[in-house]
Design a protein around this ligand. Sequence first.
Ligand code: GSH
Length: 306
Amino acid sequence: MVILHHYPQSPVSEKVRVVLGLKGLDWRSVEIPRLPPKPDLMPLTGGYRLTPVMQVGADIYCDSQCIIRELERRFPEPTLFPEGTSGMAWGLSRWTDGPLFRTAVALVFGAGAADLPPEFAADRGRLYFGTGFDLAALTEALPGTLAQLRAQLGWLEDCFTDSREFLAGSRPGLADALGYYLVWFIRGRYAKGPEFLEPFERLCTWESRVKDVGHGNMSAMDAGEALDAARNAQPESAEKVDTNDPQNLKPGDEVAVVPDGVDCAPPVFGCIHALTPQEIVIRRTDGRVGDVAVHFPRVGYRIYQV
Ligand SMILES: N[C@@H](CCC(=O)N[C@@H](CS)C(=O)NCC(=O)O)C(=O)O
């Protein structure tokens, strides 16, 4: 049973919801708070506070990259990589989820500064732009931000100059989820979003095609039920050793895992259980949920021995 801990307004969660739709999955939805503290999530993640998080029994997957890789492993058909290989789509994600996402956030924050609840603005400002962030500067920079965004959305628009229906060809895949969630975010959260997107005609046609994919079959779940599901399960992931690990890490090492370049995300402590070039799994024990295995991607995360 796939459980997604998320909230409806979260763009990164929208990316994962589209992936669940592409795979036509049944899944359970736990709605988490938009701001810390997240008391029903922390026992599962050990302190990781970002959204979304996926849970399968006592295995907890942090970060959309890790979640999507696991969904592809567990449910390989239909594949997220209809072009046959995954490397280009993962590479694309470093653009969409990095610079493009930050530019979209700069737009939404800069344009909506006056309406943002102060607590939310303070938290997200620090998260995406660092401790010394300046909301007024984002508003002042709006024309430049729009220019950056328009040029980059032009690259997506340009993908559809041939008769393809989806970014990688005739079938939808990860690339579509990666582009779609940002268009969804701009359309829904920037007051002039629909107007700004209108000139990108092919992009808008593709957007409605991806929207039609849907989110699979979601049913709501209570946070307490999800915690019980973890407590009543044992982590399933196998121990893995990477003899070529550049950091010389190995199962049994006590480590701290922390998202790279994020100011207000505390480290998660645990004992390495599995290590691959793409993923680290740490084991930890919590009073509420017992033993859990917490999965993180390697890309975008720093690991320190403690
Ligand atoms: N690298 C993470 C980024 C996730 C992210 O930035 N999510 C936003 C919501 S869209 C977030 O965590 N906001 C703060 C929060 O929910 O507490 C991922 O891909 O999952």
